[in-house]
Design a protein around this ligand. Sequence first.
Ligand code: LLP
Length: 417
Amino acid sequence: MDSFEYRNGRLHCEDVALERIADEFGTPVYVYSRDALERAYLSYATALEGHNALICYAVKANSNLAVLNVLARLGAGFDIVSLGELERVLRAGGDPSKVVFSGVGKQAHEIRRALDVGIHCFNIESEAELERVNQVAGEHGSVADISFRVNPDVDAGTHPYISTGLKENKFGIAIADAQRIYQRAAQMEHVNVVGMDCHIGSQLTEVAPFMDALDRLLALVDRLAEQGIALRHLDMGGGLGVCYTDEQPPSAQSYIEAVLEKMSGRELGLIFEPGRSIAANAGVMLTQVEFLKLNEGKSFAIVDGAMNDLIRPSLYSAYQEIIPCSVREAGETRSYDVVGPVCETGDFLGKDRDLNIEAGDLLAVCSAGAYGFVMASNYNTRLRAAEVMVDDNQVFEVRARETYQDLMRGEKLLPAE
Ligand code: LLP
């Protein structure tokens, strides 16, 4: 988390002390570093310079308009999975011709809108979806560029981190059925078969599984070419991991070098759909300690952020570092479970964390830029947090904290008796 560092014992995001942000915007609050976002994106872009490639940031990781806009200004494309995400991309100034549309259940109205604005490609995940896209495109009077998400069935035994590239899950078409389905699509009037995509899982910390998948996909690309189906691009999906604690994932550069090596001599363009590796370490969630509760054998730091604000620890037992925004010289370090005010035993942000803290202290939950705010809910009728972006020494509120008005918007009482 380079853009977040201690200066004289106070944690900063770029040139701004996080305490200043908490004072101004309250807590819990998500803080993003523009510089970190840009550097993460540019590590992909630089590695791909001079190649026919598109970097489609996975909007689901962090869909704040300012985040999307920062990436759009750098020329990013976007990977979307819903009409809502498409509308966000458009609002943020993203170029629809650089949008790929993933997801297993695209609805007709979503497909129509995507055709209206002229997206790059539909990543199709089943035969039923192929039929729907063909039909909707026909009614729309257009031809949709499509790719199939092929499930390469990469061996989970060797690579336990993979969770979406296996036969037994809902994503993509089985590699064994792919040739037949590509042939079928090639006969259809309102789709134009242009690509092949995959996404084998998230938070991968090795290159090997990507390479296994790529080998299988390239063999399929070659078999299709022999049958007269020539593809324009191969989409590797997302999945590159980040460092939450002591993981050592490959850099985007070394991952891309490995992909480019396998692709050498081919005409195929490349697409990547990184989410986490762009946004995770560009953000923290700030939360304030409300109370310390020292039970026998267990100490709790009760903070104002909770599972509704950041659900990854509760949902996946995910580990995210929790560090103080101000280092204390005196005082006692204890092991705390850092928990929120939500009425669930599973409401925690971290367990057994060694911290030297007092009530009122400010904590940063690290690596919260991806799958953080986007997964927030209003559970326990809690307001969703504010989001701010730091740019050098400036702080911009990029989403205001919800109000109680926002929270009840659209709800109605039954008519009076
Ligand atoms: N493309 C597709 C088709 C995807 O399904 C995903 C993520 C991505 C790209 C981006 O993958 P990334 O580069 O972020 O690994 N909520 C979970 C992660 C779910 C990922 C779902 N798919 C978490 O907090 O760990």
